[in-house]
Write a protein that binds this ligand. Sequence first.
Ligand code: PLP
Length: 461
Amino acid sequence: MSIDISDIASKDRNSVLHPFTHLKDFATGAMGDPTIVETGKGIRIQDARGNQLIDGFAGLYCVNIGYGRTEVAEAIARQAYRLAYYHSYAAHTTDQLAILSDRLVRMAPGKMSKVFYGMSGSDANETNAKLVWYYNNLRGKPTKKTIISRERGYHGCSVISGSMTGMSFYHDHMDLPLPQVVHTGAPHHYWGAEAGETETEFSARRAAELDRLIEKIGPDNVGAFIAEPVLGTGGITPPPEGYWAAAQAVLKKHDVLLIADEVITGFGRTGSMFGSLHYGIEPDLITVAKGLTSAYFPLSASIVGEKVYRVLEDGADRVGAFSHGYTYSGHPIGAAAANAVLDIVEKEDLPGNAREVGAYFQAQLKERFAQLPIVGEVRGVGLMGAIEFVADRDRKKRFDASQKVGARISKAARDRGLIARAMPHGDILGFSPPLVVTRGEVDEILSIAESAVRSVMDELA
Ligand code: PLP
């Protein structure tokens, strides 16, 4: 199908309110025309002008099985022909939904019991907040409501999930965060540690801060702690040694629920099926989205642990029906897409590929970039990684924001045919390729990235 590119571009400019876009620069054309993405295959996408780009970020860390998987398209079509929609309220279901839920409960780490469905990571975190409040109301602890999240955490953009997000530029001018959410320090050793502080010492300090924060708010007022196993949008930062054991001990001591936000780490990205398995995390609630359908259909889930669910079921005689749900909760096409995607994840052992090719990717990332004079840190796990750029390595001094170093490097990569994301918190180039990526493709990605980094480094010299 051929399209009229300038007609589509002008319709788009006139009528789409694009997320995370400088509205004036887009409206005036200063940002150029929108990229009209037409097709995708494997790790590549193609725009309407025929330009191919390697997608080193799997969309937004989500197209884990790669583009153009016809098995999933066929599963979606089959379900759409058979039954495009029915709701899951008041004990209605579909075979695909029941099969998917049984599968998720068995796959998920810890003792999980039930699955509630939404359409996005943000709404799943919204659901998890409500579940925490509902759970504590039903067990007679109506003040135990504050949710603690971390600076640099990213949990979405809705009102509560946006409040959980721990970066001020997601709050500014939007009247967030709400007072129900309080933030604690990020487990980010590179920027957070004191001189000479080991990872283990730093983790213990962060856990002690969390303990003090809970004591200050009052343990009877703190309902849950939400965290990504690996900080994602806040800079792609694996936890420092000992962090999760130390943090979980504090939560247990104060009877605070743990919500593991596995929206990025779920279904293989770290090299384990879930980030929680990778780091020994025992969550009470788990948030998944993105990789659940590899973004072939919008679907998210809150996976509810037995401890929480038991209280909800036991309370039903007193409070009546569970009054929460969306028209599209458990959408049959989403469930069919997820089942087809999970078949691929399991059959092709994508967590295994993330482990093996991921180890190569991490080693190459270090080898090519760690010694460059503008690189402060190279970090990552499995198939997620980042390069952090600094003006002065020895003094850990950032570049002036006006130099836009991260954005320039990302653009230089893009001009060379690679999408690698300028992460929003500092000068960071992020990678999160589809989990089907091969070693050869890793070489391609990192060769282009190296050329881009060196070109901007030369400009800065
Ligand atoms: N949680 C995490 C860890 C995420 O990375 C994201 C999105 O990037 C979300 C939640 C929000 O998901 P969505 O954009 O689908 O609302």
